[in-house]
Write a protein that binds this ligand. Structure first.
Ligand SMILES: C[S@@+](CC[C@H](N)C(=O)[O-])C[C@H]1O[C@@H](n2cnc3c(N)ncnc32)[C@H](O)[C@@H]1O
Length: 292
């Protein structure tokens, strides 16, 4: 199953079958109180001696174009009241040995952890995965907040997918202490995953605000699902979960209510030929998404 749904997730979830997904991963808005956007600038080198808005290295001149990004609102008076009914509605879609991953940051994660314990049961909580990165500004009046938290719940704490052999290896911090053979193989990561943010330039970047790195999702899906399984993400944004799933021979169901997100996903995942639901096609079969 490969499907992208443009729509409000609470409604879209109701249209999905029972027990089809072995993993649910969600990266909802973080309740930052802002509108999320990632405007970019594109610099093009000019040929003339004078022209160009901006000077660069070696006296070169560049024209600078400002590119407005997609946006979505990220402000909730009662975030728990927004998120929890959606998670509750999704649990029906999980297989009996399925896992739920909820990705948040310091603003809401503690409140949602307690709410999830109440909803799913504290005994089903398995890990708190910390995704640590090191990018962006550094305030001088507190420790820079440079991590997100991914809460992992297993529906059956005695039977869940954790494919140890599928875990990627990372370098030892002190390879000299473990011997050459072990150092060459590397070690498995802990529950703290150091991984860079999506590079600001490069193939992975879609321009969608708050896009998560493919590397983080790939590790998660390789270890917590099997080839042929289906993964559900109902706050899908640019479709990182879908790309990680498809590249690793998993299916995906992705939901987002933002037409810009849906259009980016349709383009990003076109080669995997997903079914598009709630889209209206504009022009000659291009994938511009409008609320359908
Ligand atoms: C943090 S972003 C997801 C980013 C994504 N993980 C990625 O890598 O691109 C959260 C997304 O949730 C979507 N969203 C918020 N509320 C929603 C709702 N009620 N139904 C569907 N989508 C929603 C927003 O449009 C936004 O794209």
């Amino acid at each position: 199953m490969k499907k992208i749904i443009l729509g409000e997730n609470l409604e879209a979830l109701a249209s999905l079958p029972d027990a089809f997904a072995s993993v649910i991963y969600v990266d909802p808005p973080f309740n930052t109180g802002k509108v999320q956007k990632r405007d970019r600038i594109k610099a093009t080198r000019t040929t003339g001696e004078d022209g160009g808005d901006r000077g660069g290295f070696g006296g070169r001149r560049y024209d600078v174009e400002h590119i407005a990004s997609s946006t979505y609102a990220d402000s909730y008076d009662d975030f728990e009241a927004f998120l929890m009914p959606r998670i509750e509605a999704s649990l029906r879609c999980l297989t009996e040995n399925g896992s739920l991953f909820v990705h948040l940051d310091y603003r809401e994660v503690h409140y949602i952890k307690v709410a999830l314990d109440r909803l799913i049961g504290r005994d089903r909580f398995v890990n708190e995965i910390i995704w640590a990165y090191d990018y962006g500004g550094r305030p001088k009046n507190r420790w820079p907040a440079k991590h997100d938290t991914i809460l992992w719940y297993a529906l059956d704490p005695d039977d869940y997918v954790f494919d140890y052999d599928a875990i990627d290896r990372i370098p030892y911090m002190a390879p000299g202490l473990v011997g050459a053979e072990k150092a060459a193989i590397g070690k498995t990561p802990t529950d703290v995953w150091w991984h860079t943010v999506v590079p600001t330039s490069g193939k992975e970047k879609t321009g969608y605000p708050t896009q998560k790195p493919l590397g983080v999702l790939s590790r998660l899906l390789k270890v917590h699902s099997r080839a042929g399984d289906v993964v559900l993400d109902f706050f899908a944004g640019s479709g990182t979960t879908g790309e990680a799933a498809a590249r690793n021979d998993r299916g995906f169901v992705l939901i987002d209510r933002n037409p810009d997100a849906a259009a980016i996903m349709a383009k990003r995942l076109a080669s995997f030929e997903p079914e598009l639901v709630g889209f209206t096609r504009a022009g000659d079969g291009d994938t511009a998404a409008t609320a359908g």
